[in-house]
Write a protein that binds this ligand. Structure first.
Ligand code: AP5
Length: 217
């Protein structure tokens, strides 16, 4: 199964991908996580991406396509779930070309729809574990001990691009460059709109309903 999760910053893509992976055994390919790992490792790619990420702009398409397409083509069964890629129509076109030459296709696109006014409260309250990547929220998904990861006891951190100013720019970037990707997929693919304003468990139920129906079809 090959799945794409689309959605504004803070829509819950990372949170839901982890649950999809746990249930369906798909490989989670998050372009944001890969870029953050490259930055932490101090690679050339990470250095190139830094200024774009910190300002809330997109990393140029040529860098992203090279980074993601090679990885996507090699994924074995049962498949993958993409989080954060593609994010421009150009990236979507390049992904389609690569999948066609590998004899593959996207089975479904899940579009997490979040009201604009919720984005800032989701992101400014997010805390992440630098060791295992677990994601929490100071109000909606609290760790057992404040500021400490439930899984490994590491001190939780706040992403540098989750400041109010950068969040506003990320949202503008999403509206200008990524909303057209939804329109692109609606032309040729099954796109399921999911109400991402709901409680995280309700969103998971809606996603699982869609994926279970796909498996049965
Ligand atoms: P990326 O890391 O992909 O950031 P994003 O798309 O802005 O998405 P987020 O990770 O911020 O949010 P999410 O939807 O995963 O939400 P989460 O589940 O964490 O990209 C970062 C940067 O990298 C980009 O700005 C860009 O510069 C660059 N980049 C990445 N990919 C690129 C590409 N393809 N091309 C070019 N540049 C690229 O949830 C957020 C919070 O809300 C958490 O605290 C969570 O606990 C909480 N929450 C989640 N769901 C719910 C719910 N239903 N109810 C209540 N709280 C919830």
């Amino acid at each position: 199964m090959r799945v794409i999760l689309l959605g504004a910053p803070g829509a819950g893509k990372g949170t839901q991908c982890k649950r999809i992976v746990a249930k369906y055994g798909l490989l989670h390919l998050s372009s944001g996580d890969i870029l953050r790992q490259e930055r932490a490792a101090g690679t050339e790619l990470g250095k190139k991406a830094q200024s774009y990420m910190d300002s809330g702009a997109l990393v140029p398409d040529n860098i992203m396509v090279e980074m993601m397409v090679g990885a996507i083509e090699k994924v074995p069964e049962p498949g993958f779930v993409l989080d954060g890629f593609p994010r421009t129509v150009n990236q979507a076109e390049e992904l389609d070309k690569a999948l066609v030459s590998a004899g593959q296709k996207i089975d479904t696109v899940l579009n997490l729809k979040l009201d604009k006014h919720v984005v800032a409260q989701r992101l400014t309250g997010r805390r992440s574990c630098p060791q295992c990547g677990a994601v929490y929220h100071i109000k909606t998904l609290k760790p057992r001990v404040e500021g400490i990861c439930d899984n490994d006891g590491a001190k939780l951190i706040q992403r540098p691009d989750d400041s109010l100013e950068v969040v506003a720019n990320r949202l503008r970037t999403y509206q200008k460059q990524t909303e057209p990707v939804v329109v692109y997929y609606k032309k040729n693919n099954t796109v399921c709109d999911i109400d991402a304003n709901r409680d995280a468990d309700d969103v998971t139920d809606l996603i699982f309903e869609n994926l279970d129906a796909l498996i049965k079809a």
